[in-house]
Design a protein around this ligand. Structure first.
Ligand code: SAH
Length: 365
């Protein structure tokens, strides 16, 4: 196997990077805009089809840059319209992306890492451990594929697939910027949601760089329980998490933090928990999503019965907290929250080594 010199992948570049690249090659910046638009808005990856990009620039690009994406290797549609795409990365690892249609809305649930390091007790992704961060290309590549499959950009993107996006901060932020770019997928900031288990310093950093919607996996109303369910809480307890989230939405009266709360039978679903939750969220503009636990093999958790979930929801609503029970979608194809487990790499199929440096993916074949 010979190692070829790694070329930058154009899918890793945002608009400014594309402009810089073509200027460095001796061309005017607007060609970089066109290049970016061809790739993301029109979904064109073949240089020869980029008719308004000068031929000499196309040749220069071919010599200096690559264009590659994750590959869709399986497509699992479910009866309710939810579809799970399994994608294979250049190094043979696999991730999952979920498409959730709902009326006029098309939501894409995007993965940010292969596996996850955070070890939440009730999450299937945690079971496979952490493999690596995804590159910008591998994150935005999921949206690129969705736009091609749907024939239009999705209306919403949620960074709620496999992995913890705030633990892959730079690539997640850059990919979310590309989602919002008018020359790419044109998503409004309210339609891009990042979900985190609560990496507090990076919630503050995110606020400096982005204003996407924030969802936080809360799951427990006190530290004792949250330490067990969401172990990152031992590092960033509620007394730090709640103010960080409050600050995140503070500059806009219309904004709310979306709290995710998985309903685990007999664990976090009592009226006493509801009361604690009401106290905890006092003064924080909040929206609460109650997620019926999605079971998977090999754990003891059960789903709270529907009447208990409803009683919990009503209790919160009475206290003035907008609470909704999330419909479980795609559970029979293991595409529901917490069920994603893109199989870990099979070393016999490995192409070569892969490195991520300065947000760039480097593959040696
Ligand atoms: N790491 C990020 C992104 C994952 S989002 C985060 O923690 O927010 C996936 C959402 O589904 C999270 O709220 C997660 O806590 C929740 N979840 C995980 N396992 C689940 C399960 N088995 N049933 C229901 N929801 C689950």
């Amino acid at each position: 196997m010979t190692a070829t010199e790694a070329k930058p992948n154009l899918l890793d570049l945002d608009l400014a990077d594309c402009e810089t690249l073509v200027v460095d090659l001796g061309f005017k910046a607007f060609h970089g805009r066109n290049l970016f638009k061809w790739i993301h808005k029109h979904g064109v990856l073949d240089y020869d089809a980029m008719t308004d990009v000068p031929k000499r620039l196309r040749e220069a690009l071919r010599a200096t840059a690559d264009i590659y994406l994750p590959r869709i290797i399986a497509d699992h549609p479910s009866a309710d319209g939810t579809t799970k795409w399994v994608m294979e990365l250049a190094d043979g690892q696999r991730i999952e992306t979920v498409y959730i249609p709902e009326g006029k809305r098309s939501t894409i649930c995007v993965s940010s890492q292969v596996g996850c390091a955070l070890d939440c007790a009730f999450c299937a992704t945690a079971r496979q451990g952490f493999n690596r961060n995804l590159s910008v290309a591998e994150i935005i590549g999921q949206v690129w594929h969705a736009a091609r499959m749907l024939g239009a950009a999705p209306t919403n993107v949620v960074m709620m697939g496999m992995g913890e996006p705030l633990a892959n901060f730079d690539a997640s932020v850059k990919a979310m910027d590309i989602m919002q770019d008018d020359l790419a997928y044109m998503l409004a900031k309210q339609r891009v949601t990042l979900s985190t288990s609560g990496i507090v310093p990076n919630i503050y950093r995110l606020r400096e760089l982005s204003d996407v919607s924030l969802a936080v996996s809360l799951h427990a109303p006190n530290d004792e329980l949250r330490d067990r369910l969401v172990p990152i809480n031992r590092k960033y307890p509620l007394a730090e998490l709640i103010p960080a989230c409050k600050t995140y939405v503070a500059n806009d009266k219309r904004r709310k933090v979306t709290w995710e709360y998985v309903m685990l039978d007999g664990v976090n679903d009592s009226m006493a928990h509801a009361k604690q939750l009401i106290r905890l969220l006092e003064g924080v503009p909040s929206k609460l999503n109650l997620i019926p636990f999605n079971p998977f093999a090999g754990n003891d958790f059960g789903t709270s019965p529907p009447d208990r979930i409803e009683a919990f929801r009503v209790r919160l609503t009475r206290a003035g907290i907008f609470a909704m029970t999330r419909k479980t979608r795609g559970d029979e194809i293991a595409a529901a929250c917490g069920q994603l487990v893109g199989r870990v790499e099979d070393r016999t199929r490995r192409l070569g080594s892969i490195r991520v440096e300065d947000g760039r993916l480097e593959v040696q074949r």
